[in-house]
Design a protein around this ligand. Structure first.
Ligand SMILES: Cc1cc2nc3c(=O)[nH]c(=O)nc-3n(C[C@H](O)[C@H](O)[C@H](O)COP(=O)(O)O)c2cc1C
Length: 149
């Protein structure tokens, strides 16, 4: 039987991260939860839980971390998606730690650049204007596809 997936997301800067999720949900039947709107949800019926977020000072948005602490059931399969200004190591460290406290099985992570107008970048029209690109979005769908095998 096909595993049931839910992706919990927060995409509050420019909707960059949502583009990744949208592409996955266009192809696969998954549930989507906006952690900016819903804070208490029973995830027990899902086999795989994805957490997706923009990066804020080196980690997933607080709303996602709080959601995971509050709602992630024990021993789920978990993966992470993110968009960021400049990809660096460690963006998933903090959310991963929260998942591991719940005995999660970590399936992997996909991250790419996203349009950013934070701080001084705003003055020059932002950076990564075209990101996530069609290619990056496709890579993300491919990443999700491989998790299902
Ligand atoms: C307040 C703020 C802080 C940010 N901090 C970081 C950061 O530490 N590292 C990084 O690579 N990008 C950072 N960014 C850029 C965002 O992570 C990036 O634009 C992301 O694609 C936003 O995703 P969203 O549109 O889905 O919310 C920051 C953006 C904002 C608004």
């Amino acid at each position: 039987m096909m595993k049931k997936t839910v992706i919990v997301y927060a995409s509050k800067h420019h909707g960059n991260t949502f583009k990744l999720i949208k592409a996955i949900s266009d192809k696969y039947e998954i549930a989507i939860i906006d952690a900016m709107k819903e804070t208490h949800v029973d995830l027990q019926k899902y086999d795989i839980v994805g957490f997706a977020s923009g990066i804020d000072f080196g980690k997933f948005y607080l709303e996602i971390e709080n959601f995971a602490r509050e709602n992630l059931p024990l021993q789920k399969e978990v993966f992470f998606l993110y968009t960021c200004a400049m990809d660096r190591e460690g963006f998933t460290d903090s959310i991963k730690e929260i998942a591991l406290e719940k005995d999660a099985v970590i399936l992997g992570a996909y991250g790419c650049r996203g349009y950013n107008t934070y701080g001084p970048w705003k003055l020059i029209g932002g950076m990564n204007k075209s990101h996530p690109t069609e290619n990056e979005i496709q890579e993300c769908v491919n990443f999700y596809e491989k998790l299902l095998i």
